[in-house]
Design a protein around this ligand. Structure first.
Ligand code: ADP
Ligand code: ZN
Length: 704
């Protein structure tokens, strides 16, 4: 077994070489070390936390192949694409491919040509007998492991049979990974998998790059207007609008289409094919916005989703957190916005009643509602929900950014309570607003509500403002909502006290952002940095089309951002960009450097850039055949690069590239006979080395 120091050194080297990262994130290395030493592990990390590296590096550390059990085809494909583009041999076996190509992959696995194999649980179970005796498996990773548990939110029956893995492969480390698991689910996963000694690794669930915003009590028209502003502020950026119903997704889609956006729906009513297609177009940045019900689930692994909107409140905090978590997986700032209304609560309550586990779901819904209504830092609330300590305000949620201004709202409260009292506590939110504002609509007139004393006393405030104040009154506890009585407002004893003049009520002032200002800021000028970023994005787009992979597989937004900051103009500098491993350096380096050089007014090509790539690799431990293989060049070409680099004094350890005896042999021949060297030496030595020997000879002569 390798020592810890060796594991650490090698893992860091692999991280740089393949992924282009300089250091591990917290927890990542701890997991790797534990698994590399044969231990089982359970890894809890938020979406975007960096789970993949936790099992991919151990897979690279030892001989054999790692098996990754994954429930979703799209996820598999993504991971495999990403691994390959980093130069790591990976493949997937699944029902989307023909049986012939699946068989071919199995053969490759047995031939030791695959380091990571992605597979669905049912398929793995059907192959297991055959594999257990003859395949060298170095790790089994179970991704999205919450699917194993009835308590998790995405239960998949086929996952429950995976207990057989530990029995069949008692000596292979097993790792379960998930982004969401409370303690019950977590224990259940370990039990189901039969992992008695697994070590638990939990990273912080905080996602500081996600801004958290909640807008209460808008009606649909107001929501759409706000969405239009929001998307205008996020020009060209990918995002998802989550809705509770299919009808709503269609409504939002139609609206955004009219506004001129590239947008599509995603819900259970679409065929498999249609869904696949929508997903693919979204991945390829051909569609900017998806309006989805929750059916738009885990299948999306797009790292540059810049925003998520909830058109309705989700049914619990877990779902909410997972859905907003799809934004900003690359760590770049991303925005989330949730609309929330009592209509949502009523509808969700109804769903809960229909579901089996009423009590637990009701409790979860209440927690979600509390979050939506919070007047303290939202991140603090969220993390406390996940039992994580977080003892400061985050500065990146709406509450932190706009601490509500307080004022004496006693009079407003009295108006509202008295109106409800006079309507015999038989009116809901909207009717109350109509009464206060003095709206003479049919419903009001029919019920004679225009006759009551408080009719029209609040006409100076708009309906939206009223609705926000009434919401606060509910939050403060002046009213209760009778969900079982058409959502009518009922006055609490506290409310009666206030209306009778006993007690002062402090409320938060409602401020509205200025639509016009927002529109102006949205069309502000592009800075030079943004321009460069856009140029790099264009190149990425072209490359992604050429290679038939999603753009972010080439480079994530955060990698492009790092290029904008560091503006590398040579291969050497380009290698320092975070997220540029050797494979991508070789494949894309020249072109991206070209864009940056052009932006800076330099000639597009760095002098001798091809040799410099060879030099970079040489200095990083690649020998001539390895360089030729990685760069897909002929060996003779690489040798001519090396010869040139020797003449430029950039390579001086000559006898690492050519052994001394071969050098001597070539030079002896050369001294006697300048012509026809190649012919003379053919069969005796590797003739590709001739230019190298001659280069060394010349350099030496210059020194004599
Ligand atoms: P998860 O599977 O947990 O959702 P990923 O494994 O997809 O997350 O990683 C999320 C993002 O973080 C990716 O863009 C990945 O390249 C990046 N990342 C992972 N590990 C590191 C690291 N050590 N340094 C820098 N970036 C990292
Ligand atoms: Zn905050």
């Amino acid at each position: 077994m390798p020592s810890n120091i060796d594991i650490k050194k090698t893992s860091l080297k692999l991280l740089k070489q393949f992924y282009g990262f300089d250091s591990f994130r917290p927890i990542q290395y701890d997991v790797i070390e534990h698994v590399a030493q044969g231990g089982d592990a359970m890894v809890l990390m938020p979406t975007g936390g960096g789970k993949s590296v936790c099992y991919q590096i151990p897979a690279l550390l030892s001989d054999g192949c790692a098996i990754v059990v994954s429930p979703l085809l799209a996820l598999m494909k993504d991971q495999v694409d990403a691994l390959r583009s980093n130069g790591i041999p990976a493949a997937a076996i699944n029902s989307m491919q023909t049986e012939t190509s699946n068989r071919e992959i199995v053969e490759k696995v047995f031939a030791g040509q695959i380091k990571l194999l992605y597979i669905s649980p049912e398929r793995l179970l059907s192959e297991i007998e055959m594999w257990s005796s003859s395949l060298k498996i170095n790790l089994i990773a179970i991704d999205e492991a919450h699917c194993i548990s009835q308590w998790g939110h995405d239960f998949r029956p086929e996952y429950t049979k995976l207990a057989v893995l530990k029995k069949t492969f008692p000596n292979v480390p097993i790792m379960a990974l998930t982004a969401t698991a409370d303690k019950i689910t977590r224990d259940d996963i370990l039990k189901q998998l039969g992992l008695k000694n697994a070590k638990l690794f939990i990273s912080s669930f905080d996602r500081p790059n996600l801004s958290l915003n909640v807008v209460p009590n808008f009606n649909d028209a107001q929501k759409l207007e706000r969405i239009a502003d929001f998307i205008a502020e996020h020009k060209g950026q990918s995002g998802i609008v989550y809705c509770l119903s299919r009808a709503n997704t269609e409504k939002v889609e139609a609206f955004l289409l009219r506004e001129g956006y590239r947008v599509a729906c995603y819900h259970a009513g679409l065929s498999n094919n249609q869904r696949q297609q929508v997903q693919q177009q979204f991945l390829d940045d051909e569609i900017q916005i998806i309006c989805a019900t929750i059916a738009f689930g885990m299948g999306i692994d797009k790292s540059n989703i810049r925003w998520v909107i909830h058109f309705n409140m989700p049914k619990n905090v877990e779902c909410y957190y997972q859905e907003i978590g799809r934004a900003g997986r690359d760590g770049m700032p991303s925005d989330t916005l949730m609309f929330y209304s009592y209509g949502d609560v009523a509808m969700l309550n109804h769903f809960v009643e229909e579901s089996g586990q009423t009590e637990i779901n009701k409790e979860k819904l209440t927690r979600m509602q509390q979050y939506a209504e919070a007047s303290v830092c939202r991140r603090r609330m969220l993390l406390s929900y996940f039992n994580e300590r977080f003892d400061h305000d985050c500065g990146n949620c709406d509450v932190c950014k706009n601490p509500p201004e307080r004022f004496d709202g006693t009079k407003l409260c009295q108006m509202a309570i008295s109106a409800v009292a006079r309507a015999e506590q038989k009116i809901g939110f909207l009717t109350l607003i109509d009464v206060l504002r003095g709206a003479r609509n049919a419903k009001i007139l029919e019920r004679g509500l225009d006759k009551i004393k408080t009719f029209g006393v609040g006409a100076t405030l708009s309906a939206v403002v009223w609705s926000r104040y009434i919401l606060q009154m509910v939050q403060i506890g002046l009213f209760e909502i009778a969900y079982n009585e058409k959502n009518h407002l009922k006055i609490t004893s506290y409310g009666w006290d206030v209306v009778r003049g006993n007690g002062l009520v402090m409320m938060s002032k409602i401020v509205f952002h200025d639509r016009k200002k927002l529109k102006e800021s949205a069309i502000k000028k592009v800075s030079p940095q943004e321009q460069l970023f856009n140029n790099l994005k264009d190149l990425r787009f072209v490359l992604s089309k050429k290679e038939g992979v999603p753009a972010y597989i080439i480079f994530g937004d955060q990698v492009l951002q790092d290029m904008v900051e560091k503006q590398p103009i040579s291969i050497e500098e380009f290698a320092n960009i975070s997220g540029v491993g050797n494979n991508k350096l070789v494949r894309y380096g020249k072109q991206f450097i070209g864009v940056i050089r052009k932006f800076k007014g330099l000639p597009a090509n760095e002098n001798g850039s091809s040799e410099n790539i060879t030099l970079y690799l040489y200095e990083h431990g690649y020998d001539i055949p390895a360089i030729a293989k990685l760069r897909d060049l002929k060996k003779s070409t690489v040798c001519s690069h090396i010869a040139k680099l020797i003449q430029l004094n950039k390579i001086v350890d000559y006898y690492k590239v050519i052994d001394e005896a071969t050098y001597q042999l070539i030079i002896d021949k050369y001294k006697t006979k300048k012509e026809g060297l190649l012919f003379e030496l053919k069969g005796q030595i590797d003739t590709d080395l001739i230019p190298i020997a001659l280069a060394i000879f010349r350099v030496k002569q210059n020194f004599m």
